[in-house]
Design a protein around this ligand. Structure first.
Ligand SMILES: [Zn+2]
Length: 270
């Protein structure tokens, strides 16, 4: 239901729904599911993440409180490929367009359980695929709001943040939380990409940061600087760990030697 054609109902007191801006809502996550954000555009309604499959009924109830049905959601954007963000997306598959960064979409489509962890933590979820494979810098234009896709690999390879530049809101998924807290480096992620992603985010003018879990941050720029420090420290710690576990007589030339010996043995096997 387009924002321009109907007066907006507001969430009742004590509700798990918070209206962050006109037509932008946060549905607090039902653990272990992530928060879900709803953005009511002039003509399209967008959900950011869905939580796990068992959160679907809660999600339906939240939408109902705002006068919406499942069929009123036009687009579901997934911040990354983890089970706690994507599980209920399958329930929107027939009626909405599902979008994710291509590196997340690929893992979702191939049901890469090692990365999504769906089978272990959300066995009730149904397979689906993303209709739209997003790239960095894509724009989702909603008339009253505009979301820019920022590819932020690190926690996983397919992580994105969504930046709404009119209100200067950042929907950060699991990339960064309040106080600059970082996620773990999950199976498809890595620390050096994480450092780079946070450095990119730290150049944005952000008024509020809306993460996938925990509190909304009203000091996002300060938090982002802190996140960069945390990530750089983690990077240095990982180097020290690597050095500590590397045998003293081992070095890069010997790594080259092992590659060469592998090649030799491969040749020997021919
Ligand atoms: Zn995650």
């Amino acid at each position: 239901m387009p924002l321009s054609k109907k007066k907006q109902p507001t969430a009742g007191s004590g509700s798990k729904i918070a209206e962050l801006r006109t037509g932008i809502y946060k549905f607090s996550g039902e653990k272990p599911g992530s928060h879900v954000y709803l953005i009511r555009g002039w003509d399209k309604n967008v959900l950011i993440d869905t939580g796990i499959s068992s959160n679907f009924h809660y999600l339906v109830e939240c939408l109902k409180q705002l006068g919406l049905k499942v069929g009123d959601i036009d687009l579901v954007v997934l911040t990354h490929e983890h089970f706690d963000h994507i599980g209920a997306a399958a329930f929107f598959f027939k009626t909405a367009v599902i979008a994710a960064h291509r590196l997340a979409a690929n893992k979702i489509e191939l049901q890469d359980e090692f990365v999504t962890m769906t089978r272990y933590h959300d066995a009730g979820s149904k397979p689906f695929y993303a209709h739209v494979w997003l790239e960095d810098d894509a724009i989702i234009a909603l008339g009253n709001y505009e979301l820019r896709v920022i590819h932020t690999p690190g926690h996983t390879s397919g992580c994105i943040c969504l930046y709404e530049h009119n209100e200067k809101l950042l929907f950060s998924g699991d990339t960064v939380f309040a106080n600059g807290t970082l996620s773990d480096i999950a199976t498809s992620g890595n620390i050096s990409d994480y450092v780079n992603s946070l450095q990119r985010l730290s150049t944005l003018r952000i008024v509020e940061m809306c993460p996938g879990h925990g509190q909304i941050s009203s000091t996002p720029e300060q938090d982002m600087k802190q996140a960069v420090v945390y990530a750089r420290t983690l990077m240095e710690d990982s180097k020290m760990l690597f050095e500590a576990i590397t045998p003293k007589d081992s070095s890069i030339p010997s790594l080259g030697a092992s590659v060469r010996s592998k090649t030799k043995s491969e040749e020997a096997g021919k």
